[in-house]
Design a protein around this ligand. Structure first.
Ligand SMILES: NC(=O)c1ccc[n+]([C@@H]2O[C@H](COP(=O)([O-])OP(=O)(O)OC[C@H]3O[C@@H](n4cnc5c(N)ncnc54)[C@H](OP(=O)(O)O)[C@@H]3O)[C@@H](O)[C@H]2O)c1
Length: 331
């Protein structure tokens, strides 16, 4: 048994939520056949929600958030993993109702564990994290539906966010011209450095006139915002293009008509990264560590320690982070 530090969320008798760094023991962790000493964790919007007591993400408290973790296998009763193996875990129930990467140790089922690709390091894996994996999954599904670089530009909304930054980077690495839509004009140079061909404000992707079909502005895209932004992306998508839907930072609702489907043959593609099956997961991590590997991982990352999480959780909930926030544990 080992003692370790964890960033925990507690529910008070009044129904409020408090965040504290506490001492825990590996014996307190949930069941699982792989115990991992976490070197790095990634901060995601979902972690912000879990840390604020959002019961749609985490039902029971106290709880340790952190949907992404990378580190070393400390003990394993699975034949698939040996002590000392470098591994990563993103999604499944990690950080939701299973204690997550904001603790220095996690214990998980081996079915959730991905061997770290040989060309990767533990920090890079967490700079990408769920955000990079989600961007890759979106592109994979869009290309399965026929998306090709010669069809035209792909648009990415919420472009300076974790998923957005990764999508700009991965799509451009895969040969696409990318329109980055962002509310942060001061970050246009950052987005161009990541590979954006051009940058536009949020309004560019939010048609206030709510036209069911509009002049083509992009050949496809990835939406992290939802609401009228998603409707607008569908309305101005070129023939047979794909709009991948992954987020709701603007709104979970959207109103649309069937016209973009009937007149332009567009595809609306759902992206659900957490439960992606292992075969696809390994294939995409291998792509992310090679042909789709973003060029500027260091520039995308903000490295923090466990005791800076409070500040960054508030920032991510407020849409104020840029790129990816990576938590380094003190090993
Ligand atoms: N489906 C999946 O598997 C999956 C996986 C990961 C994440 N997600 C979802 O994807 C979304 C983004 O996640 P993330 O981790 O990238 O979050 P994030 O780092 O906070 O990025 C969100 C970005 O959206 C923009 N934004 C924020 N508030 C907005 C608003 N009210 N209207 C329009 N744009 C706004 C901001 O970018 P700009 O300032 O550049 O516009 C912000 O940086 C979340 O909804 C998350 O739950 C889904």
């Amino acid at each position: 048994m080992t003692n370790f530090k964890a960033y925990r969320i507690f529910e008070t008798a009044e129904g409020n939520f408090e965040r504290k760094i506490v001492e825990r023991r590996t014996d307190d962790l949930p069941e699982g056949d792989v115990l991992i000493k976490v070197a790095y964790a990634g901060l995601n919007y979902k972690d912000g929600l879990s840390s604020s007591g959002h019961k749609g993400i985490t039902k029971e408290f106290p709880h340790t958030p952190g949907v992404d973790a990378s580190g070393f296998v400390e003990a394993s009763s699975s034949i698939a993993f040996n002590e000392g193996d470098k591994v990563l875990v993103t999604g499944y129930d990690l950080g939701m109702n299973t204690d997550g990467g904001f603790g220095e140790y996690i214990r998980v089922p081996s079915a959730w564990v991905v061997p770290l690709p040989a060309t990767f390091d533990l920090r890079s894996a967490m700079i990408l994290g769920t955000a990079g994996f989600t961007a890759a999954l979106a592109l994979y599904k869009m290309e399965m539906a026929g998306q090709k670089p010669e069809m035209g530009e792909l648009v990415v909304t919420g472009a300076t966010g974790g998923v957005g930054s990764m999508a700009v980077s991965v799509f451009s690495k895969a040969g696409y011209d990318v329109i980055a839509s962002s509310g942060k004009t001061a970050s246009y140079d950052y987005l161009k450095m990541l590979g954006a061909t051009r940058c536009e404000g949020r309004d560019y992707c939010n048609d206030e006139k709510k036209r069911p079909v509009a002049r083509m502005k992009w050949a496809g895209g990835l939406d992290t915002v939802g609401g009228n932004t998603l409707t607008s992306l569908m309305a101005a998508c070129g023939k047979n293009g794909s709009i991948a839907v992954c987020g709701l930072v603007g709104s979970p609702d959207f109103n649309a008509t069937v016209y973009p489907f009937l007149l332009n043959g567009i595809n609306l593609i759902g992206v659900e990264s957490a439960e992606t099956r292992m075969e696809t997961r390994v294939e995409l991590w291998n792509k992310l560590s090679s042909i789709w590997k973003p060029e500027h991982l260091d520039e995308i990352a903000t490295d923090i320690s466990l005791d800076q999480l409070d500040e960054y959780i508030l920032k991510i909930l407020d849409g104020k982070t840029q790129g990816r926030v990576v938590v380094k544990h003190g090993f």
